[in-house]
Design a protein around this ligand. Structure first.
Ligand SMILES: NC(=O)c1ccc[n+]([C@@H]2O[C@H](COP(=O)([O-])OP(=O)(O)OC[C@H]3O[C@@H](n4cnc5c(N)ncnc54)[C@H](OP(=O)(O)O)[C@@H]3O)[C@@H](O)[C@H]2O)c1
Length: 285
């Protein structure tokens, strides 16, 4: 029985990155569909749940991706609404690598020092990776804030995270690098999750910050999100801070993403979202 992974992407083209990792995670065939929405996904899901005998349904699985976290979350919900009784297959949500990237980075930070009671600031935290990282840091007991260039965007993002996860996250409007330096003044942990190639902090903005203990940066496209760090940093000491660069924790991200794909084919009722993926990341880290 072939392991079939249907990649349902909210963008026009299914992400090539996710296709490659799906094969590396053990799928025999990956079938990508772009432009998926809650309104057009029913037929695709029905094709997945009605075709194989109960014992063989676990060899069919669904992966939800795309660059828009809200669209991905809505599609993830819509897919599960089609399931009933044992007419279901395993499904994973990872829009823009949100859950796997955030989980790997936060697991690495958690392994580098305690997070409970610490002040953590997720810079440019309104994107898929930043949102999920903020939730995971909160779950580890940190007091978390996210910044956005637009304060109202940070506020609506925090509202949505509260609705979905029941977490309290502080929104901060910070338009410039200097504003973000002020936002991390009392922080113990900083995680930069800005768009590729966008510098969020200059080196001078963090080296003298005495309370700051740990830094992570998800951006692997130079220039990096936090100047004065290196994408290869693997818990490296820089100016007395422990630094994790995007490739430094990216090895765990890839291993985690592959492990999630492999798990999808173990049963026909697995639902992999932030909570489950973060738990797996911690066990792997
Ligand atoms: N290391 C890995 O394994 C891995 C895996 C996947 C992704 N990534 C990287 O992780 C990062 C986050 O991914 P994502 O998909 O969540 O990012 P994203 O949605 O592209 O961007 C995140 C946030 O960056 C802010 N931003 C955009 N342009 C900006 C600018 N010019 N100046 C300041 N802020 C700006 C935006 O926030 P506001 O508009 O609210 O300010 C946006 O919501 C990216 O760099 C991505 O390449 C790494």
């Amino acid at each position: 029985m072939k392991k079939l992974l249907f990649q349902l992407d909210t963008d026009p083209h299914p992400a090539v990155f996710d296709t490659v990792v799906a094969y590396d995670g053990g799928a025999d065939h990956v079938i990508g569909h772009g432009g998926c929405t809650p309104g057009n996904v029913r037929g695709l899901v029905e094709g997945a749940i009605f075709t194989r005998a109960p014992k063989e349904k676990k060899f069919t699985a669904l992966f939800i991706g795309g660059s828009d976290m809200a669209a991905g979350a809505a599609l993830f919900k819509a897919v599960q609404k089609v399931f009933f009784a044992d007419f279901r297959v395993s499904v994973m949500l990872d829009s823009n690598g949100s859950n796997t990237t955030a989980a790997a980075a936060v697991a690495r930070l958690a392994g580098s020092g305690p997070l409970a009671g610490q002040r953590a600031v997720v810079l440019a935290g309104t994107g898929p990776v930043g949102q999920r990282a903020a939730v995971m840091l909160t779950r580890e007991g940190a007091k978390v804030a996210i910044t956005s260039r637009d304060g109202s965007r940070a506020e609506s993002c925090c509202r949505e995270l509260k609705e979905r996860f029941g977490v309290e996250i502080e929104p901060i409007g910070a338009a410039s690098n200097a504003d973000r330096a002020r936002a991390i003044a009392g922080a113990n942990v900083v995680f930069a999750t800005g768009s590729a190639g966008v510098v969020l902090l200059d080196e001078a903005h963090w080296v003298e910050n005495a309370g700051l203990r740990m830094i992570a940066d998800a951006n692997a496209t130079p220039p990096l999100g936090i100047a004065g760090t290196d994408m290869m940093d693997r818990g490296k000491d820089r100016h007395g801070k422990i630094v994790w660069g995007a490739i430094g924790f990216g090895t765990l991200k890839l291993a985690l993403h592959r492990a999630c794909i492999a798990k999808l084919f173990e049963s026909n009722n697995l639902v992999l979202d932030a909570e489950e993926i973060f738990a797996l990341a911690k066990s792997m880290a």
